[in-house]
Design a protein around this ligand. Sequence first.
Ligand SMILES: [Zn+2]
Length: 103
Amino acid sequence: MAYKTKQDKLKYHLKWKKLRRDKYIKENGPCWNCGSDKDLEIDHIDPLQKKIRAGDLWSRSKKVVAQELSKCQILCRVCHAKKTYGIDKKRIMKLRYMARRSR
Ligand SMILES: [Zn+2]
């Protein structure tokens, strides 16, 4: 496929990435937590296992994508935010606990 400009190429690339992402979400949704089909996002179940950000993932090879997605779940924006907040809260509590112990 020939592109007229660099911008055309970039636009096509972004569109293609979005299509791949949308297809995955459609096939694996709705939200695993509450069943909502609004504002669905890809979430790494265990953030420590995350190697590639979901946004960067779709330009990688099929094998890499499949490997990374096997560590992910589909969450709606609300559940995703709740999960992220919950993890941060746990981490903060752990840090506080460790700080207390080292005193
Ligand atoms: Zn949800």
